[in-house]
Design a protein around this ligand. Structure first.
Ligand code: MLT
Length: 398
């Protein structure tokens, strides 16, 4: 008889965002014609920028002529794109070699795939609340998970555990869902812990481009010692609007060795076996993001989401609601008013104001009592959502 991976029984029947989508669809079926404002999943609303579109068109054209046609791409990524990303790090005084950069089809794919490098007996350490794919991917893999907390009083900084333990450590900054940014001091503590315990940090930098303050690290490699203990996973999804286009990159430093093995060499072996790489067309589009013009366009894109955050924070202030995030992050993490639960608040927002948000409980037990709003929505929707929240408050729904 076939044996199945029974670890799937350990995860919830449906993934958080699929569950929310289903609930909203059901509600909409019963209430047709109501305009629903989607501030739930962090999906972007602005189109790809002109230089990316131009590069994509050109690449399609190239694929239509025998002389310029490209077949299989190198599994670890187009060397031109790997170099452009390494150069982009170097411009910020972070020494990254092109061979340390791997082109991926996005951060979420990569965060799950990287688990293949580690023994199943190695526990995962996930400071909670956290992006649910971290825990789900590890549960499906049969891995034990430890959930250190976060220091709410100090802006949700992930807390280094007192006990020394070798683990696969997940850090995300700017954080999904709390919008917190790890300070230098906080990252220094984690790096020291990882080096001492021979752990490996998976640093999820998918939201790095939303850091506006100079003293906040955008890359873990800004800190000494990180090259010996951390993998950085980045994505163009939020940075350049690639959620539906799919392209990201991962940095695995040559200095990262465990058990006498190079994680970089292992990942080359993994990629050359398990993927045929990201398509030529998408990598050409991604390359345009790193051009001078592409970078200018991307910062204009960010301005829209930044304005959204300011508009929404003003509305929450006017309504007298408490929240975190929004300053160096596209997420606003609001304390549910009047002690209500996060799914209860989700229901009030949907039914009374037609706003979709993401219940904090979906990010782990410690997210209960909180709710997350995404600022990637359209500007007019964010403005309207702000007005509706003020009305809800005035009408004492919460
Ligand atoms: C989120 O809403 O948490 C993200 O959009 C999910 C993702 O990036 O996969």
């Amino acid at each position: 008889m076939i044996s199945m991976n029974l670890n799937y029984l350990k995860v919830k029947e449906s993934y958080l965002f699929a569950d929310i989508r289903k609930r909203v669809e059901e509600w909409q079926k019963e209430n047709p014609g109501k305009k629903v404002l989607r501030l739930g999943i962090g999906d972007v609303s602005q189109p790809l920028t002109p230089s990316v579109i131009k590069a994509l068109h050109e690449a399609v054209e190239e694929q239509s002529h025998a002389e310029t046609f490209h077949g299989y791409m190198p599994e670890c990524g187009d060397p031109v794109l790997r170099k452009a990303i390494a150069d982009w790090y170097r411009k910020r005084n972070i020494p990254v070699d092109p061979e340390e950069v791997f082109i991926s089809s996005g951060a979420s794919d990569e965060l799950g795939d990287l688990l293949h490098l580690f023994e199943r007996s190695l526990p995962a350490m996930i400071p909670e609340p956290a992006y649910p794919a971290y825990a789900d991917a590890n549960l499906m893999d049969g891995r034990k998970i430890i959930f250190p907390g976060t220091d709410i009083e100090n802006g949700f900084q992930p807390l280094v555990p007192e006990e020394d333990l070798t683990a696969l450590i997940y850090l995300c900054s700017p954080d999904n869902p709390t919008g917190a940014v790890c300070t230098k001091e906080c990252l220094e503590k984690w790096i020291a812990y990882a080096i001492r315990t021979k752990s490996v940090i998976l640093f999820d930098a998918a939201y790095e481009s939303f850091v506006y303050e100079d003293n906040i690290p955008r890359s873990i490699y800004e800190l000494e010692g990180a090259q010996e203990c951390a993998i950085e996973i980045s994505s163009l999804s939020k940075t350049a609007g690639f959620t539906g286009t799919r392209c990201g990159y991962t940095v695995i430093p040559m200095d990262l060795q465990r058990d006498g093995l190079s994680l970089n060499a292992m990942w080359v072996r993994n990629r050359t076996t398990r993927t045929n790489g990201v398509s030529y067309i998408l990598q050409k589009g991604a390359l345009a993001v790193f051009s001078e013009e592409g970078q200018k366009e991307v910062s204009q894109l960010h301005e829209v989401y930044r304005r959204n955050a300011q508009t929404f924070m003003q509305a929450l202030d006017e309504a007298g609601l408490s929240y975190a995030g929004g300053k160096n992050s596209p997420y606003i993490w609001m304390k549910c008013p009047c002690g209500s639960g996060s799914w209860e608040t989700f229901d009030i927002l949907l039914k009374q104001a037609q706003i979709v948000a993401t219940p904090g409980a979906g990010f782990g037990e410690s997210g209960e009592g909180w709710i997350r709003f995404s600022m990637f929505a359209k500007e007019e929707d964010v403005e309207e959502a702000g007005r509706r929240i003020i009305r809800l408050r005035n009408e004492k729904y919460f």
